[in-house]
Ligand binder design. Sequence first.
Ligand SMILES: [Zn+2]
Length: 317
Amino acid sequence: MEMVLENNSYKIDALVGQPLALRYLRNYSKYQDKIPPLLIFHGPSGVGKMFAAELFSKSVLCMNGNACGLCQSCKMFQKKVHPDFILFPDSERIAIGDIKNPDVFTIRWLQSQRVIYRPDVSTKRFVVFPDATKINSEAETAMLKTLEETNEHTKFIFVVEDIHSLKSTIRSRAVEIPFFHLSRSNMQIISDKIGIYIPDFNSGSFDLGYLTLDAWNLFQDKVENSIFDSIQLLRLEIWIKAYKTNHTEWKEDFDYKKFLDIISSLMIYSYFKNQEKDYSLCIDAIFEFKNILHKDINAMENFSVSKLFNKLCTLVH
Ligand SMILES: [Zn+2]
């Protein structure tokens, strides 16, 4: 039996600037029986992959099939308590888990405590991995088994930047949906809708776009005039480290790393804009810092900050 929804107003249309992905997802929203066991959303960060994964799941789980916002499923989804929407953490490695007593958010937990049962509220269940590269190798093998044996009601969405970071055995079982950098006009449409600010140096993605204009102005102000002599640099370093202590209320998608990422991008931009002197060595040092920042070494951020500022002080003197 084929399920066709005769509702033309799909909320999935809220996905801006990704025409190809939208085409796939509209189609799957309409013909839900055709949704494959595994979808892979791949492409640059900050262009809407997670937004699409959540909106698509919400649409399919919705009792009216269009993310109506009013049914029991939509209400649970909005409160982030939907039992048929399983969102794995993106911050830590995903392990296979203990056979007898697997921890939550391990593959064995997923298999033995979730996937074997029918969905609770909706007719389907979605399992989303916001960073599928975090699934470790042993867990990946177990995951393959789940994908092979997967039942009609459980659908997986893997989100990754680089499609090649996934094993070909995984990819061969999936439908891959590409996401692309956004045009300036589409970024404007999105930022108007959600009220965030797009900085000048941010082209084609919202990777850094979690901030209000006020926060941007503050950050820009702090950075712009503080990076050209060593005394100011030291003040900036102290301000950065204090910012962490003074702001413990980091949001889920905005933590100290993200903050450092933004500040260092602003620094690169300000050095780059300065026409009086060549600051390319400073820019190189900051790129190096950014690389280390993304290597997932926890609690080493402040050490790296100190190292960076020491280096910058000797470069600008
Ligand atoms: Zn609904």
